[in-house]
Design a protein around this ligand. Structure first.
Ligand code: SF4
Ligand code: SF4
Length: 244
């Protein structure tokens, strides 16, 4: 059974330790940032080839009270990854799934994708995760620290989280923990829910409506009543027909 990361947003303080640990483990360079111009502490503004993980800040009014939601955004390591479904049509070895760990991996072969093909891959992701380095052509996203996991260590982001907002382990154990924590939080936060727990290996526990975190918090918002697996089946069909 694959591994799962559980992210309990009720415990996230937006310290951004996970964001920095990710950059350090992957030796990603710094970005030049312009926080004072865009009016948010979310920094940088979006995921990019140097940030596989981004703590999103969302400030909104709830019955006259200001609420500030934090969302450590990253690849969900989907059970059936749409990015791979689309990528395989053009270059089968470029996007891999490690069935042992559950990690979905963008390899060096992703530089073979044209910009148009990248945009198709990006559009296929219900969570708007894939990014492209315009110089090298490489596609980028979270790796679940697959090298660490194969050596018995948790992902760097999980290891560094000081509040216990991030947990990592075997999928069934994480689901059990998620449901137990959800039951507790529901008492004070009736809107609490797990984000797409059946379809992904990075499960978010939300205490507010998904749209109050980020546009792409859950897949359902974009798919309506269709399940993600149904969506994937319909998605791959036209591309496969094109290739044939
Ligand atoms: S979240 Fe997006 S990039 Fe990550 S595995 Fe799923 S489809 Fe691919
Ligand atoms: S390290 Fe933990 S508390 Fe800090 S931003 Fe990341 S998830 Fe939130």
């Amino acid at each position: 059974m694959p591994n799962t990361i559980l992210i309990d947003t009720s415990r996230c303080t937006a310290c951004r330790g996970c964001q920095i640990a990710c950059k350090e483990w992957h030796e990603l360079p710094a970005n030049k940032t312009t926080q004072y111009k865009w009016g948010s502490h979310q920094n940088p503004q979006d995921l990019n080839p140097n940030n596989y993980k981004l703590v999103r800040f969302s400030e909104h009014l709830d019955k006259g009270v200001v609420r500030w939601n934090f969302f450590p955004d990253q690849c969900r390591h989907c059970d059936v990854p749409p990015c791979k479904e689309v990528g395989d049509i053009y270059h089968e070895e470029a996007i891999l799934k490690d069935e042992k760990t559950g990690a979905v991996l963008f390899t060096d072969k992703t530089k073979k994708f044209s910009k148009k093909q990248f945009l198709e891959i990006k559009d296929s992701c219900p969570y708007d995760i894939p990014r492209r380095n315009e110089k090298s052509g490489l596609l980028s996203k979270c790796t679940m620290c697959n090298d660490r996991v194969h050596n018995g260590m948790p992902p760097a982001c999980v290891k560094v989280c000081p509040t216990g907002a991030m947990q990592f382990g075997e999928r069934s154990a994480m689901l059990k923990l998620a449901n137990s924590r959800l039951a507790t939080l529901k008492k004070d936060w009736p809107e609490a829910k797990l984000a797409d727990p059946e379809d992904v290996n990075v499960i978010y526990l939300l205490i507010d409506k998904p749209e109050n975190y980020h546009e792409f918090t859950v897949a359902e918002a974009n798919l309506g009543p269709m399940s993600k697996k149904q969506f994937l089946a319909t998605l791959a069909r036209p591309f496969k027909a094109m290739k044939a």
